[in-house]
Each structure stands twice: as C-alpha cells, then as structure tokens.
Design a protein around this ligand. Structure first.
Ligand SMILES: [Zn+2]
Ligand SMILES: [Zn+2]
Length: 194
C-alpha cells in the first residue's frame, strides 16, 4: 500500500483531514495513531501490515471514526483512557454489595483490554453483570468458588445483546488472553485472564 493510499483510506474513514500528498508527516502519523487505538492495535503511529489490513477491513465494514465522547477532564491518565467501550464506573464493573466501596481491587488492565477486544469483535453491545467482587459478596453468590478470579479483578461475567452464550463463548475462546471461560446460563458467559 502506498503512502497516498493510506492517506486516502484514513481520510475516507474520517481520521485524516490533511492533504493527500504521499508524505507521512506528523498529521498522518497522528491519524494512524488514533486509528490504531480505535482498532485495538499496537499504537505506534506507524502504518505497518497489521494497520494496513485493519484499514482495508474498516473500509469494508464501514467502521468510521467515532468522536470520543469523553471530555478532557474525564481522562484518568490510566489504561482506562484507552478502553473504548467500558468505563470504570459503569454498572457491572464495581462490586455491587454496597459495603466494600466497590473496588477492593481494581479490574486488571489485561481483563479490560480483553473485554474491549471481545466487544469490538462482537460488533454488538456487551453487558457486564459482574467483574470485581469483595470476599463477602463473592461468598453470598450461589455457585461462586472461594478462589474466584473476580476477587482479584481478573474475571468478568457478561452477555452480548442478542447473542446466546454458545456464540459468545466461541468468540471469547478465540481470544489468546483468555485463561478460562464458560457459559453461566443461556446468555451469560464468564471469562478470566492470568
Ligand atoms: Zn463488595
Ligand atoms: Zn464469573
């Protein structure tokens, strides 16, 4: 792919607003960086083979740039800023028991990046039902194990809207970071990471 083709595709997808001049300067690199982040690729600003493949795929699938809804004050300076589909404060992330403050541990970066990738691959809304749990809450849930990975912020239970658990589980199991995954019922799936 030539530099000009890359600029054209980035412009078509609404990431690049500069001249189509075949020169990969700072403005093109910034567009590449934003595209890589949106696609969950290694964000290095360099349009290598993976980025080029993603560009073609994004064009084919019509994945145009989405304006980041967060205002600058809401950025956290943590990995959460790069998580596209989830926020720390949304339902289903914190422990819901009302006694532990919600975050006896933090969800791990590895888990949230995995969740983002699953959501991206699904192309449909993903609804976490349980991520972080304190020991007291974990103990009162039926069917939970005493050494649950939810206790260390390394597990998420969720469904993908409109999908059965079998389909969701098949997608989850394609992700290399997944340590263990199983269907909780007809809709919900548990997945965890190292
Ligand atoms: Zn709790
Ligand atoms: Zn679980």
């Amino acid at each position: 792919m030539t530099a000009k083709q890359k600029q054209c595709l980035l412009a078509y997808l609404d990431y690049y607003h500069g001249a189509i001049d075949s020169s990969i300067g700072p403005q093109t690199r910034a567009a590449v960086l934003e595209f890589q982040r949106a696609e969950g690729l290694t964000a290095d600003g360099s349009p290598g083979p993976l980025t080029q493949a993603a560009l073609l795929d994004a064009v084919a699938a019509g994945r145009f740039r989405v304006e980041d809804a967060r205002t600058p004050e809401e950025t956290t300076g943590t990995f959460w800023d790069e998580i596209k589909y989830f926020t720390r404060d949304e339902p289903g992330i914190a422990c819901p028991c009302g006694r532990c403050g919600g975050f006896p541990v933090e969800p791990t970066e590895r888990l949230m990046r995995l969740a983002d990738r699953v959501r991206e691959a699904a192309g449909a809304p993903m609804c976490p039902s349980s991520t972080v749990r304190c020991h007291a809450h974990n103990d009162e849930l039926s069917g939970s194990t005493p050494n649950s990975r939810h206790l260390s912020g390394k597990a998420m239970d969720f469904c993908i809207r409109g999908w059965g658990a079998d389909r969701t589980l098949a997608l989850v199991r394609q992700q290399p970071e997944v340590r263990y995954a199983y269907a909780i019922n007809g809709s919900y799936v548990h997945m965890d990471v190292e």
